[in-house]
Write a protein that binds this ligand. Sequence first.
Ligand SMILES: Nc1ncnc2c1ncn2[C@@H]1O[C@H](COP(=O)(O)OP(=O)(O)OP(=O)(O)O)[C@@H](O)[C@H]1O
Ligand SMILES: [Mg+2]
Length: 365
Amino acid sequence: MHDETVAARTADILRTEHPAAETTAQIAARLASAPPLLVAEHLDVTYVTEVGEVPAVRDVNLTLHRGEILGIAGESASGKSTLLNALARLQRPPAVTSGGTLTFHRSDGEELVLSAMTEEQLRRYRWTSLSVVMQSAMASLNPVIRLGSQFTDVIREHDPEVTERQATERAAELLEMVGIQRDRLRAYPHQLSGGMQQRALIALSLACDPDVVFMDEPTTAVDVVMQRQILSQILQLQARLGFAIVFVTHDLSLLLEISDRIAIMYAGRFVELGMPEQIYGSALHPYTRGLRGAFPPLSEPVRRLAGIPGTPPDLLDLPAGCSFAPRCPLASEVCRTTRPELREIGGGQAACHHAGTTEEVTARA
Ligand SMILES: Nc1ncnc2c1ncn2[C@@H]1O[C@H](COP(=O)(O)OP(=O)(O)OP(=O)(O)O)[C@@H](O)[C@H]1O
Ligand SMILES: [Mg+2]
């Protein structure tokens, strides 16, 4: 089948079959009335290495709402995975949270300062509050344990009162929710196709009814048609079960279709945060517009891709002002000397001296 046809058809699956298809105003109203779930304030993550301290994430401020789907996009090495691991409290040395706080708001009103917890303390909240789906299912599933046991182990570890039989039934239901027949409970991971493994991993992440699922490029390893099927399934499960999602990918076009809000990262910082319609139609930051040119929506006619000229900066030798200035068509003197802070501009947020100015608005066209 011609690529364009596949793309158009699969884009349709997400847009029209998503049970919660909403307008931008509806999404905004829903988020405004949803309580906060995870709040990051001035979060910094540093890799402490022999050649120096790498400032991989800087000053990230974020309120993820209950049930929100937040997409995080950016080029390779912009800090997406580093941030996701910090939010999920999965980071390992040499990465350290070198500044800021991360607070989890339980539904009973209690606030947990995750950034101050030890691994032992965090363990209680893994799977039940915070859950993760990584890029490679084979790296996450245990190759020598049958699929069913991997589910029942997780379920029973977090709720010892559940019997083996009840846990197996729950495992079967979870698999069926992602379109895998229950007889596959007896299979070993390698006996499943790549797409099925990834779907099993998504089902497993939901085993203990988490409040938020962190997903780092969960569909990168599968082909494009399978990718769309998996995304469609994630959206349907989310609509049914109500968990929040933080979804990381370099593919902005994909995020435009699934996210309630999108954060754009560059050199470790959020440079823009907004709703998909704005990011797509009237992005405030020149970098966002560059990314959009590099990943046009699948529903658009095929055209030549415009990459962003230049390369990301060396984190150990960042420019004095805006990190994007050396690659930016709008860069002026102030951009080279003063770092722009993320600020509110007409319903969105951007860290750009020129955002909202006449020249910037003209450049959007
Ligand atoms: N173990 C490490 N030691 C030192 N620096 C690291 C380490 N891991 C990552 N980094 C640096 O941190 C920065 C952010 O990396 P990260 O993996 O978070 O980017 P990313 O946006 O997820 O990229 P990709 O799209 O390629 O997955 C990069 O400059 C990277 O080189
Ligand atoms: Mg990554």
